[in-house]
Design a protein around this ligand. Sequence first.
Ligand SMILES: [Zn+2]
Ligand SMILES: [Zn+2]
Length: 131
Amino acid sequence: MNIIKCMFCKKPFVSMGGRICPECLEQIDKDFITVRDYIYEHKHSNIDKIAEETEVSKHVILHLLKEGRLIIDGADGGGVLFCESCKKPINTGRMCPACMEKVSNTMNKTVTHEKPAEVKQEQNFKGSAKI
Ligand SMILES: [Zn+2]
Ligand SMILES: [Zn+2]
């Protein structure tokens, strides 16, 4: 067991591996539902507006985005999220799809021998569907 400071409320707690205390986790789950419902109804919102209207802190919204639980609409990710590898704007998670692919390719070199072709097909399909 390990006592660390919660990354949100800074209170020390006994960690089982996470960096967030149980109270904050519970609050974040509630905030997630609030924000998710707000985004359903206001598709092209931005993080400042979401924080203002839902009264959920931007810190929590960013955390949810980085966890991939929320996705920001728009190509530039609302200017709040950037790939941790190449610094390109992204809509969700910690890395852009290109860098994610690079990472997963290096991690499962043995399993992904047929994957690049599949991905390419999917992208072509999406591209032609848009036109
Ligand atoms: Zn906490
Ligand atoms: Zn990237």
